[in-house]
Design a protein around this ligand. Structure first.
Ligand code: AMP
Ligand code: MG
Length: 269
């Protein structure tokens, strides 16, 4: 079965994260079995990027969301390494600046959407506006409740105009997060990755899981599907994300554009 099919959140389906095993590996035995497949995907991804750039008709937006330490940065590092930096841009979304807060929540997001021919990667996204914002009551419930429909409409308009969208939730267990935080505590070169705020957020684990369940249940659409990627095993996470992106781009059946002139008549003096 295609991984895209296996981990897709079917539009309209209600998701319960507790029922999805974060340690699932879809039958792939171990890291050494995953590695050659990852290599193959990265090679194919580079070819597809080149084709998309040549075609110059559509763009691809990859959205990454997850609990802290679930591996958003690692996924970007491992899966996007094969891409040509000229046609690819990563945008991290942090707590909004004063200027950003003076606008609607989609303002800063829309500006970063990839242009035709390019791949854009969002490290966090407009979904924070129904996640952290909801968990910490940063706006009132009536305000965040209507955002699910607004987000679906926003993504629909992007898709209609040629931006393909794939969204990944990197699913880890609470115990796995603890192990990863502990590993960071023990390794001096990774202390910079620690923040007291992340440890605080751990206390809101259940609230976040519920907020994610609503996002996944309400905002997986035919034009901008969500995928829940079991991410306790980093090697499987990298394999699954790379493969789903490849499968998405393959489905476009892109072709190199025909030149608008007769190449056989071109002469070099
Ligand atoms: P990191 O991705 O670890 O660098 O952390 C970025 C932080 O910015 C996280 O704690 C996010 O929850 C926070 N953040 C991102 N977007 C928003 C938002 N719209 N409102 C409030 N906090 C946000
Ligand atoms: Mg962080």
């Amino acid at each position: 079965m295609k991984l895209a099919e296996r981990f897709l959140v079917k539009p309209g389906r209600k998701i319960r994260l507790a029922r999805i095993d974060p340690a699932d590996t879809a039958g792939v035995a171990d890291k050494s079995a995953a590695e050659p497949r990852l290599e193959k995907n990265l090679k194919r991804l580079a070819e597809l990027q080149y084709l998309m750039y040549a075609e110059n008709r559509r763009s691809l937006l990859v959205v990454l969301q997850a609990m802290d330490a679930a591996g958003k940065d690692g996924t970007i590092r491992h899966v996007m390494t094969g891409l040509n930096p000229q046609g690819c841009r990563v945008t991290p979304f942090k707590a909004p600046s004063e200027e950003e807060l003076d606008h609607d929540y989609l303002w800063r997001v829309h500006k970063e959407v990839p242009r035709r021919g390019e791949i854009g990667i969002f490290n966090r996204s407009h979904y924070e506006d129904v996640l952290v914002v909801r968990v910490h009551d940063l706006v009132s419930k009536p305000v965040w409740s209507r955002r699910y429909d607004q987000i679906n409409g926003f993504e629909r308009s992007l898709a209609d105009e040629g931006t393909a969208i794939v969204k990944f939730f990197l699913h880890i267990s609470r115990e796995e997060q603890k192990r990863r935080f502990e590993a960071r505590l023990e390794d001096e070169t990774r202390h910079w990755k620690l923040s007291p705020a992340d440890f605080e957020e751990r206390n809101f684990w259940n609230d976040y899981q519920r907020a994610y369940e609503d996002v996944l249940s309400r905002c997986s659409t035919p034009w901008a599907p969500w995928y829940v990627v079991p991410s306790n095993r980093k090697w499987f996470r990298n394999l699954a994300v790379s493969q789903i992106i490849v499968e998405t781009l393959e489905a476009f059946r892109m072709k190199f554009p025909k030149p608008s002139f007769d190449v056989s008549k071109m002469k070099l003096e």
